[in-house]
Write a protein that binds this ligand. Structure first.
Ligand code: GSH
Length: 105
């Protein structure tokens, strides 16, 4: 049995990767919490992401809420919008909690 702790979205990424930045912006736009896993710079050493997604490119997102594992930045951005965007189909378990401060009228 595997127990998960932490955010349901895992984001495989690389420092300075423009495709990853697109995904970062979308995750931030929808206030999603995620765990970053930085992959090896050397393409041939990226066994983790290969095992998870079947590819050695990043970005890759794994969303345990929906069971989706996805590569390709444009697809990921579309997925995040259609799932967690304004008209998205899910109230996100990954979304950062709203402030519950009272008396702020
Ligand atoms: N079309 C892909 C391109 C992703 C891509 O080229 N990522 C680079 C890092 S910025 C990479 O992983 N390169 C290794 C490779 O192409 O095998 C996307 O939009 O996600």
């Amino acid at each position: 049995m595997s127990e998960r702790s932490g955010p349901p979205i895992t984001f495989y990424r690389l420092q300075g990767c423009p495709y990853c930045e697109r995904v970062t912006r979308a995750l931030d736009e929808y206030d999603l919490e995620y765990r970053s896993r930085f992959v090896e710079p050397m393409h041939s050493d990226r066994d983790v992401v290969k095992r998870v997604a079947g590819v050695r490119t990043v970005p890759v997102v794994v969303d345990e809420t929906t069971g989706v594992t996805m590569a390709e930045s444009a697809n990921i951005v579309d997925y995040l919008e259609s799932t967690y965007g304004e008209n998205g189909r899910l109230e996100s378990a990954a979304r950062e909690p709203e402030s519950t401060a009272e008396g702020d009228d």
